[in-house]
Write a protein that binds this ligand. Structure first.
Ligand SMILES: [Zn+2]
Length: 433
């Protein structure tokens, strides 16, 4: 007798002691409880390996409680928190311990943590690894925060040597500091402060140069490299050719690079500001064409209060997009519009990040995996409104979007954490790689 059977349109899933014990088109065996969603599509819970929940220190920007609720309402069951925008940044053992304590108390979903790779953190990488970080994040261009300094080639080289020895990946924000700072400085000297000027200051070339240099260092050190939020097809193709060359490297992009283009940025403004910026409509199409070569889809959820999102000078506006709740709904909608299968997208939202970052038993609706299950309604049109959002600040570039996929129910290890109306109490577990 099973603990629970979840019956969806596409699958029946039997659960015992938090784990999936049978998956089949139909399960006839008896169970102590059952959830019937015969009109809904069951998929694996989203594993979002790229979020900034900003706690401790900036709970007024987001925070673990609201961030993890928004994730769950968007079908997510695991997140990996980035080391910056919290105070302190996660670059020491003490900072990691402080963050882990807050996560244990407040997270609705399971979680893992990125440590920071900065010039200052090199002596701390080993203790961060011992504390359970999943890998290290570095910025190749300025992060915008003085307490999270960018890594130049020497820092990155040393950090990758240490990470390789520790058996952990390094994730890089890949934009060339040389190119982006020269272009921004030149623009500002000419008094250019518009959205278009900002776009022109961060060209695709800046991304390509940084990817190439990170790949070289990864090849030299044997470190596993993960390139976050790649905005161009050529960037993805650089990763693919490095893989063919034997480099241990993966490519991530975000839903916003697949959904929005530069004219959307000119229309929506601050709420869609990010770095690298969204690209031309033609580039968006090219990015869709290399989907097969993209390993991971992450939200790069990085909110800030509305007060930091208004300035006549677009360069001065704080960058970062609120998207953790929308990844699955937006991408499933895009799949329907484009008439492409949902499965490859789910794989990149869930199974691939879990595998790449060695998150145990996560990311697949298969026997032996955690019963992290999301129920999706497909094909019914709805519009995303501010009241649908569970963020600290109800801002999102996706507001007003007409969507045809909607998360109706989310289970974490066999327990309902979001039923379409209400959230369960915090019950997230720390995942060590
Ligand atoms: Zn980020």
């Amino acid at each position: 007798m099973y603990d629970l059977i979840v019956r969806a349109k596409n699958l029946h899933i039997a659960i015992e002691a938090e784990k999936i014990v049978q998956v089949a088109p139909e399960i006839l065996a008896p169970s102590r409880a059952e959830l019937r969603f015969l009109e809904l599509h069951a998929v694996s819970g989203v594993v979002d390996a790229h979020v900034h929940f900003n706690e401790p220190g900036h709970t007024d920007w987001e925070g673990i409680a609201s961030g993890s609720k928004a994730l769950a309402a968007g079908g997510g069951t695991t997140f990996v928190d980035m080391p910056l925008n919290s105070i302190p940044v996660t670059t020491t053992k003490a900072a990691l311990e402080e963050k882990l304590e807050l996560l244990a108390a407040k997270s609705l979903t399971d979680y893992a943590v990125w440590g920071g790779l900065t010039p200052d953190s090199l002596p701390h990488l080993e203790e961060l690894a011992a504390g359970g970080v999943m890998g290290f994040k570095a910025f190749m261009s300025g992060s915008g925060l003085p307490e999270f300094e960018r890594s130049n080639e020497e820092t990155l080289f040393q950090g990758m040597q240490i990470a390789a020895r520790l058996g952990l990946p390094v994730a890089v924000h890949a934009e060339s500091e040389r190119i982006t700072s020269a272009l921004s400085t030149a623009a500002r000297e000419q008094g250019k402060t518009s959205i278009r000027d900002y776009l022109d200051s961060r060209p695709i070339e800046a991304e390509l140069e940084a990817i190439q240099s990170a790949v070289l260092l990864a090849k030299e050190t044997g470190c596993a490299l993960h390139v976050v939020h790649i905005s161009s097809a050529t960037g993805v193709e650089l990763v693919t050719s490095a893989k063919r060359d034997g480099v241990n490297v993966t490519a991530e992009t975000c839903p916003h690079y697949l959904w929005f283009c530069d004219t959307d940025l000119e229309r929506l403004g601050a709420v869609l500001k990010c770095a690298p910026p969204v690209r031309s409509a033609a580039e968006v199409e090219k990015l869709w064409r290399v989907l097969e070569q993209i390993d991971i889809l992450g939200s790069d959820h990085s909110p800030a209060p509305p007060s930091m999102k208004t300035d006549a000078d677009f360069f001065k506006i704080w960058g970062g997009i609120s998207g953790v709740q929308s990844s699955l709904e937006v991408l499933a909608t895009a799949a329907q519009k484009r008439n492409i299968p949902l499965e490859p997208l789910i794989q990149r939202l869930s199974a691939n990040p879990a595998k790449r970052f060695a998150l145990p038993n996560k990311g697949q609706l298969e026997v032996g995996f955690d019963a992290d299950i999301t129920l999706l309604e497909l094909g019914k049109s709805w519009t995303l409104e501010p009241t649908d959002l569970h963020y600290r600040h109800t801002q999102s570039p996706y507001l007003g979007a007409s969507l045809t996929a909607r998360v109706k129910h989310t289970l974490l290890r066999g327990r309902t954490i979001w039923d379409g109306q209400q959230f369960a109490d915090p019950q997230g577990k720390f995942l060590r790689p």
